[in-house]
Design a protein around this ligand. Structure first.
Ligand code: NAD
Length: 274
């Protein structure tokens, strides 16, 4: 079994560097997907209320036979639940569906700046953390101005910002800001849904190291210091995506992959998404 790498959060906790993403995993398949991933060595599952499969996440964890404390579970507050009271209610609903009394990490899923409620939402997550319903708190899809407003208003720095990040969207400026603020960068759509698998820097590094394009890209995330959330319901791919500890990319390979940045998003623009 491969033991995943871990990253330290600014609250002293640790998060596995590789996690299983379960967006678009059908609700009926989620328990089996989560359970098989945990049995092969995954220790982080990235869920969200909007994914509609929190029940399956909880069932999969229990079916895996692992103690609850060995698995890092994330959920997220969806846009329509932003605001202080509605966030606390949404978190309790997620805990009910997961059948857990706490999650390891809860994120604000999108900043939704036009709603103007993310600071109240953040205050609710601080309260939930202080109450023990959440161990660590963070954000997702936050741009620099949103991070700065949160910290100015509350003094509480998110442990993590989960952002779209892959070879075509490398987010160097935001990663540098995270480093300065002590925020872990976590990559969603880390494989870019396969769009860079045939690019020469990926192919060449795969040939040289005897790994797959997906492994090269996930190793690139690890060497950037990011946590990453590849999604697959296939056990063979899940295992492939976890096996990153016994090889490394060279500086020249990292530099070659850096040239693939096009600033192209697969997902929505956080400045306007509601
Ligand atoms: P991804 O980059 O993980 O791509 C998934 C696709 O790659 C799937 O089609 C899968 O079959 C394929 N794939 C996976 N492993 C492979 C392998 N080894 N070889 C070949 N193909 C492989 O992208 P994603 O699913 O869009 O994102 C991953 C996770 O990120 C989601 O499941 C979710 O947890 C999270 N996410 C978060 C947000 C957010 O707003 N916070 C948004 C989107 C996704």
């Amino acid at each position: 079994m491969t033991k995943p790498l871990r990253l330290r959060l600014n609250d002293g906790r640790h998060i596995p560097a590789i996690g299983l993403g379960i967006w678009q995993v059908p609700a009926v398949a989620t328990a089996a997907t989560v359970s098989s991933a945990l049995q092969m060595g995954y220790r982080l599952v990235d869920g969200a209320a909007i994914y509609g499969n929190e029940e399956g996440l909880g069932q999969g964890l229990r079916a895996s036979g692992l103690p609850r404390d060995e698995v890092f579970v994330t959920t997220k507050i969806w846009n329509s639940a932003q605001g202080y009271d509605s966030t606390l209610a949404a978190l309790d609903e997620s805990l009910g569906r997961l059948a857990m009394d706490r999650v390891d990490l809860c994120l604000i899923h999108w900043p939704c700046p036009a709603q103007g409620r993310f600071i109240d939402t953040w205050r609710a997550l601080i309260r939930a953390r202080d109450d023990g319903r959440v161990t660590s708190i963070g954000v997702s899809n936050f741009l620099p101005e949103h991070l700065e407003r949160l910290v100015d208003a509350t003094g509480v720095v998110p442990a993590l910002n989960q952002i779209e990040l892959n070879p075509r969207l490398q987010q160097a400026e935001l990663r540098a800001l995270h480093d300065r603020m002590g925020i872990v960068t976590q990559s969603w759509t880390p494989l870019g849904q396969g769009a860079s698998f045939d690019a020469a820097p990926i192919r060449n590094a795969a040939l040289r190291s005897g790994r797959t394009p997906a492994q090269v890209i996930l190793r690139w995330h690890a060497q950037l210091g990011c946590s990453a959330l590849p999604r697959s319901i296939r056990p063979a791919r899940q295992a492939e995506n976890l096996a990153l500890c016994d090889f490394a990319l060279t500086d020249a390979e990292m530099a070659a992959i850096a040239t693939l940045d096009e600033g192209v998003r697969c997902g929505p623009d956080p400045a306007v998404f509601q």
